[in-house]
Design a protein around this ligand. Structure first.
Ligand code: GLP
Length: 241
């Protein structure tokens, strides 16, 4: 594991944006794995600014998002589809047919998950996958559990994740209780992983991710097994390591 600690959220965001932009520049048909949440917001802002300033094209880039809430329409401002459109996709020249986000409104979750998994395989797997981390160590929406769920699957969100994510909703009752997420094997099949964490609320999860026991009750700990992972931390997220 490569761990890079910087003084500020801004600095780790520009490092993360650099990884993304270099991948796009070096491989015009690269496959990107993308996260949502507050953490990657600055990274996306920098990517969009650089895209506008430089001659970078996303035309042949494919993307796969980590997860999506079940029961929210694409047009719902809390859906991850809406988030991605607002913060990245509507600003770049990506081909909309190359964007993949689990469909949380599907009538068959099982076949949606299977299809998603197959689409990733067919695309030749993810070249670079960006991850945030939940306070409880979740990655994507792989919540702490008794075992690692390998493939894209439906997950029941933990109450503390619902509480934390309720900050984006009008009221806590509006937060979906379920989501579709890439599984652990899906995540580990990415050729390169970049995890970004900022702020002291992530410090405990980060120290367990880096040096704790590999344990499905701290899902990010499995990342110790990946052979090409970079963890970008600000000082606060790194305070327990
Ligand atoms: C959500 C997302 C995760 C994200 C996590 C942390 O639950 N499903 O992919 O990493 O929250 O979000 P934040 O960056 O807002 O702390």
């Amino acid at each position: 594991m490569e761990v890079i600690i910087k003084n500020s959220y801004q600095e780790i965001s520009s490092l993360a944006a650099g990884y993304l932009l270099n991948t796009v520049k070096n491989k015009e048909n690269a496959v990107l794995g993308l996260p949502t949440g507050s953490t990657p917001l600055e990274m996306y802002k920098i990517v969009v600014n650089e895209y506008k300033k430089n001659n970078i094209s996303f035309k042949n880039i494919k993307t796969f998002n980590l997860d999506e809430y079940i029961g929210l329409n694409k047009t719902d401002k809390n859906s991850y589809y809406f988030f991605m459109e607002k913060n990245l996709f509507s600003h770049i020249d990506i081909n909309w047919a190359n964007i993949n986000i689990p469909n949380g409104m599907t009538s068959s979750i099982e076949s949606e998950c299977l299809n998603y998994e197959n689409k990733i395989k067919k695309a030749g797997f993810i070249d670079i996958l960006f991850l945030g981390i939940g306070k409880n160590g979740h990655i994507g929406f792989n919540e702490p559990a008794e075992y690692f769920e390998p493939h894209t699957h439906e997950v029941k969100l933990h109450q503390n994740t619902i509480n934390i994510n309720s900050r984006f909703f009008n009221k806590i009752e509006d937060v979906p209780k379920k989501a579709i997420t890439m599984g652990i094997k899906t995540i580990l099949s990415a050729k390169k992983i970049v995890l970004i964490a900022a702020g002291s609320s992530k410090a405990e999860a980060i120290s367990k991710t880096i040096s704790g026991k590999i344990d499905p009750r701290l899902p990010a700990s499995i990342l110790q097994l990946h052979n090409n992972i970079t963890i970008l931390l600000d000082n606060e997220a790194a305070e327990n390591i």
